[in-house]
Design a protein around this ligand. Structure first.
Ligand SMILES: Nc1ncnc2c1ncn2[C@@H]1O[C@H](COP(=O)(O)OP(=O)(O)O)[C@@H](O)[C@H]1O
Ligand SMILES: [Mg+2]
Length: 240
């Protein structure tokens, strides 16, 4: 059995009367690509925000490699190896691509800053854009820059919230190859709407619905699960 790197027990977060995350038990295995799917409003972003420390839970516990991190603020979780693209790496539009990644690498304590930036930009295929002002990049390249910034943090666990949103088809292929190249050194948890990407990349899938885990399993198990089909995949299964 694979070692669990990140675990949630009884995680809960309500907004007023709305239980956005309603008692979720979850285990991320070291080295896997794990997809988090579910309808809009299912609680996916809230759940990964709890894991990253961006918001605090009402109840439950989060452990990283067995260590309780529930009370740690997000920046300290980053130091322990949990990087969350949306939170950590919102880009600085007036700075160059290079400087954006350098800030992330610096926060991680990189000694050879230029080298670390070069490696991170190389992984997302953006070395040629290092001098460009980040705010002038295409949307797809801004997303890839966020990813490079996340990688520069040298995370153990990389959490991505809808990373392929707005990417062109060719960029999605490159993204898939990149994610595959990260594991098993890095563990990836990604919220993803593109079912083709999910079924292609994920080793395991967790389905959230109304803040609860509806199902968990391999892509084949999730596809065959009647409850998932009813609640989510429906008739317009994009993976078909
Ligand atoms: N800051 C917030 N304040 C109030 N309600 C929120 C907040 N964030 C999320 N919600 C609500 O919680 C539910 C889950 O949202 P979210 O986690 O963003 O779902 P998903 O990412 O699966 O689409 C939704 O009903 C959403 O409207
Ligand atoms: Mg969301």
């Amino acid at each position: 059995m694979a070692a669990v790197i990140l675990q949630a027990k009884g995680l809960a977060k309500a907004y007023g009367g709305l239980k956005a995350v309603d008692g979720v038990d979850f285990a991320l295995n070291a080295g896997e690509i794990h997809a988090l799917i579910g309808p809009n409003g299912a609680g996916k972003t809230t759940f990964v925000s709890l894991l990253s420390g961006r918001i605090a839970p009402d109840a439950g516990q989060i452990t990283l490699a067995g260590q309780d991190v529930t009370a740690l603020p997000a920046h300290l979780r980053v130091r322990k190896g949990i990087a969350y693209t949306f939170q950590i790496t919102s880009i600085y539009p007036r700075l160059s691509v290079f400087d954006n990644v350098a800030l992330a690498a610096q926060s991680q304590g990189a000694r050879d800053l230029a080298g670390a930036v070069g490696v991170a930009l190389g992984r997302v295929g953006m070395q040629g854009l290092a001098g460009q002002e980040a705010g002038t990049l295409s949307y797809g390249h801004q997303r890839l820059l966020e990813l490079a910034m996340g990688l520069a943090l040298k995370p153990k666990v990389l959490i991505l919230d809808e990373p392929t949103q707005g990417l062109a088809a060719g960029e999605i292929d490159d993204f898939g190859a990149l994610v595959r190249s990260l594991v098993p050194h890095t563990t990836v948890l990604m919220i993803e709407h593109n079912m083709e990407v999910v079924m292609d990349l994920a080793h395991r899938i967790t389905v959230l619905n109304f803040g609860r885990v509806l199902a968990q399993g391999t892509p084949a198990e999730i596809r065959a699960n009647p409850a998932v089909q009813a609640a989510y995949l429906g008739t317009d299964d994009a993976a078909a």
